[in-house]
Write a protein that binds this ligand. Structure first.
Ligand SMILES: Nc1ncnc2c1ncn2[C@@H]1O[C@H](COP(=O)(O)OP(=O)(O)O)[C@@H](O)[C@H]1O
Ligand SMILES: CC(=O)N[C@@H](CCC(=O)OP(=O)(O)O)C(=O)O
Length: 262
């Protein structure tokens, strides 16, 4: 089977032009087929605030009312996605920037209202991602760059967490490729002490996850990230890593960040 690498880049790195430049150089240099998934939550929050729209998050997910949906569509599908594509083109990657609505690549379902109304947030299931369409782009020599905007197939755009998109894309593509998933963010990996970059945990087994949550080692956005990482392993992705965006070149020699073990 051919190898495919799905890389997700978070908003804190996108916001730092030097780190982003280095990351995109390393991404371009990676051998084999590639898909890039990007977030941008930090930039959406800042733009929203400048327009008087306050960000509301619950358990790591953005509560997305109609004004917020407009902001995240402009920021993720427009500003960030198109700048990322232009930068990749300049570095020699034939990138094509897409939402989940383009080519019907990712169809989501609006999250049902329970104790919290998340508004226009889209959830994914095992049939959400069109592996065949992504594969046809890869076969045409293109590098898909996916943002965090999906659709419901009935005109509605939805906001879907980028970590979840990366995990679902990796799972769907593992029917066609030997797939690895790499979460890139601003720290060196999952850390024992979140303020100490020298405390990287090299490997985490799925059965260790509950203890890491319970003793407070992993908190906030790292909890859903690890959940998505282990879901990917459980559903057939061959390797999942979490590490620092501008150290992506270390993937080849096995010293990159934290590796998840099933
Ligand atoms: N043990 C840990 N190791 C590394 N980061 C952690 C840990 N626990 C919590 N975090 C936090 O998780 C954040 C990453 O989650 P998130 O902000 O959702 O990522 P992203 O920028 O990729 O979307 C880090 O910025 C960090 O503050
Ligand atoms: C529903 C939901 O929470 N969507 C995310 C999508 C962007 C994202 O995931 O960005 P980062 O990877 O930079 O955090 C949000 O709007 O923040």
């Amino acid at each position: 089977m051919k190898q495919l690498t799905i890389i997700k880049i978070g908003g804190n790195v996108i916001d730092n032009s030097e780190n982003l430049h280095q990351f995109l150089l390393d991404f371009t240099a990676l051998p084999g087929e590639k898909i890039l998934v990007h977030g941008g939550g930090k930039i959406a929050t800042e733009l929203g605030e400048s327009l008087g729209i306050e960000a509301k998050m619950f358990e790591g997910r953005r509560i997305t009312d109609i004004e917020t949906l407009r902001v995240v569509t402009m920021v993720y599908a427009g500003l960030i996605n198109k700048n990322m594509v232009a930068q990749l083109q300049a570095k020699g990657s034939n990138a094509i920037g897409l939402t989940g609505a383009d080519g019907n690549i990712i169809k989501a379902k609006k999250r049902p209202v329970k104790e919290i109304d998340y508004g226009f947030v889209g959830d994914l299931d095992d049939n959400s991602v069109s592996a065949a369409t992504l594969d046809s782009l890869l076969k045409a020599g293109l590098v898909p760059v996916l943002c965090a905007i999906t659709h419901d197939g009935d005109t509605q755009l939805l906001n879907t967490n980028a970590d979840t998109i990366a995990s679902s894309v990796a799972v769907a593509m593992s029917s066609l490729y030997e797939t690895r998933l790499v979460y890139c963010f601003e720290k060196k990996g999952v850390l024992k002490d979140v303020n100490d970059d020298a405390s990287v945990v090299r490997e985490i087994k799925v059965e260790e996850f509950d203890d890491l949550k319970a003793d407070g080692t992993v908190q906030g956005g790292m909890i859903p990230k690890l959940h998505n990482a282990f879901e990917a392993i459980k559903k057939g992705v061959s390797a999942v890593y979490i590490g620092k965006a501008d150290e992506l070149n270390e993937l080849a020699n096995g010293t990159f960040g934290t590796k998840m073990l099933g």
